[in-house]
Design a protein around this ligand. Structure first.
Ligand SMILES: [Zn+2]
Length: 87
């Protein structure tokens, strides 16, 4: 069980897959994913980000930055809801 988080949207999503499984998917071309892997990626993306065209995260929609890193990155982001920052 792995929990992925997205520090930009403040979301998290759990998957039965391990980090190693996720890394393997990450290193596999999408055309070669199984149907189940494709659905898993899609589910994680929707849960973590859910904004079409948002560039906040990785292919799973995960973005695991510390608050300090998030501040530093904020100036360079062009993601869907940058206006949602409330710190
Ligand atoms: Zn996003």
């Amino acid at each position: 069980m792995t929990t992925l988080t997205n520090s930009f949207h403040g979301t998290s999503a759990r998957t039965r897959l391990t980090r190693d499984d996720l890394d393997r998917i990450r290193n596999t071309h999408p055309a070669e994913w199984t149907e189940q892997e494709r659905l898993t990626v899609k589910r994680l993306q929707n849960k973590l980000c859910g904004c079409g065209g948002c560039t906040c995260g990785d292919m799973f929609g995960a973005r695991e930055l510390t608050r300090e890193q998030e501040h530093a990155a904020a100036d360079f982001e062009d993601a869907c809801n940058r206006g949602a920052y409330n710190w």
